[in-house]
Design a binder for this molecule. Structure first.
Ligand SMILES: NC(=O)c1ccc[n+]([C@@H]2O[C@H](COP(=O)([O-])OP(=O)(O)OC[C@H]3O[C@@H](n4cnc5c(N)ncnc54)[C@H](O)[C@@H]3O)[C@@H](O)[C@H]2O)c1
Ligand SMILES: O=C(O)C[C@H](O)C(=O)O
Length: 341
């Protein structure tokens, strides 16, 4: 399917996947998926298994991983798949992992905010982060579990408690970029695989800040359309939650986005230069101590934070408006670890 594409692609979601499905790379790359039996975990594991960039795929969950692993292991691609189930097998699932992707935890139902997931998901992420800090402290940790604005500070505090360096912990916001690219492409009649919109801030409501002024290719919208587009990107997760009507939140598009982020990580680990992804990390770019901006990825994680770039007045206002909520979510995550771990 991908071999038919011959024209050069610019940096965007689809070209990341094309590269990763078509590049032959001999480096051994061990990836662990925590929450691998879930709505995101299964299609994400399928995309990872389908990539020659992955040589070992470790699937951990509290249920069903033997079946998921047996199923995926029959696909004739290089990755060796192993399933691990339950806390007794948690440490083994992480041994030697270089990239760990974490979609473990409960999803939203209609009427809930991402923060409503905090009480359940905080301890799930904290326990998985503790296992990562103890077993694979140098691995790249890619956190999908919501609320991302709090779960990333949680993982970071756990690493500090264990005495591990939290520098390689990333909150995965790639789905916001994927959505922004698609929605802009639809509005402007562009090929969605050639659009790239940085989305900065966090991953909830008003903290999701698409930078349409920095779009590639350049696009312009009248103020009312720009506001509506921005709000659609901010509310896109809720759009899916409503459409699924109680059956969960985005899973397939998140698997696509999570695979894109993991492949970018692996390409950077393999020494490829110029790999850029937005991610929610510890940051001094704004007053919020965690903030997503475009990052140049390298073999040790973030090689360079590209910062905010030039913002329009509208975008500067969105950044200002997001800081208080981000600070609150960060504080909540940090307090959870201080009081419970
Ligand atoms: N960052 C994003 O952009 C983004 C996008 C979509 C969903 N999410 C979040 O991802 C999470 C997962 O969503 P989903 O739709 O896959 O949910 P799901 O319920 O379908 O799957 C979650 C999986 O996690 C497993 N799990 C629960 N506790 C665990 C533990 N302690 N260790 C390992 N695995 C455990 C469950 O058994 C289940 O298989 C949710 O928190 C959701 O809000 C984030
Ligand atoms: O909206 C959700 O709860 C899931 C996820 O964060 C999303 O943006 O789709």
């Amino acid at each position: 399917m991908f071999s038919r594409i011959t024209k050069p692609q610019t940096a965007n979601a689809f070209s990341h996947l094309i590269k990763n499905f078509s590049t032959t790379n001999t480096a051994c790359r061990r990836v662990a998926v925590m929450g691998a039996s879930g709505g995101i975990g299964q299609p994400l594991s399928l995309l990872l298994k389908n990539s020659p960039l992955v040589t070992q795929l470790s699937l951990y969950d509290i249920v069903h991983t033997p079946g998921v692993a047996a199923d995926l292991s029959h696909i004739n691609s290089p990755a060796k798949v192993t399933g691990y189930v339950g806390p007794d097998q948690l440490a083994d699932s992480l041994k030697g992992a270089e990239v760990v992707v974490i979609p473990a935890g409960v999803p939203r139902k209609p009427g809930m905010t991402r923060d409503d997931l905090f009480n359940t998901n905080a301890s799930i992420v904290a326990n998985l982060a503790k296992a990562c800090a103890e077993t694979c402290p140098s691995a790249m940790i890619c956190i999908i579990s919501n609320p991302v604005n709090s779960t990333v500070p949680i993982a970071t505090e756990v690493y500090k408690k264990v005495g591990a360096d939290p520098i390689r912990i990333f909150g995965v916001t790639t789905l916001d970029i994927v959505r922004a690219n698609m929605f802009v492409a639809e509005l402007k009649g562009l090929d969605p695989t050639t659009v790239n919109i940085p989305v900065i801030g966090g991953h909830a409501g008003i903290t999701i800040i698409p930078l349409i002024s920095q779009a590639t290719p350049a696009v312009e919208f009248p103020p009312d359309q720009l506001k509506a587009l921005t709000e659609r990107i901010q509310d896109a997760g809720t759009e899916v939650v409503k459409a699924k009507a109680g059956a969960g939140s985005a899973t397939l598009s998140m698997a696509f986005a999570g695979a894109r982020f993991a492949f970018s990580m692996i390409r950077a680990l393999n020494g490829e230069e110029g790999v850029v992804e937005c991610a929610y990390i510890r940051s001094n770019v704004t007053e919020a101590t965690y903030f997503s901006t475009p990052l140049v990825l390298g073999p040790n994680g973030m090689a360079k934070n590209l910062g905010l770039g030039k913002l329009s007045a509208y975008e500067s206002g969105l950044v200002e408006g997001a800081i208080a909520e981000l600070k609150g979510s960060i504080k909540k995550g940090e307090a959870f670890v201080a009081n419970n771990m």
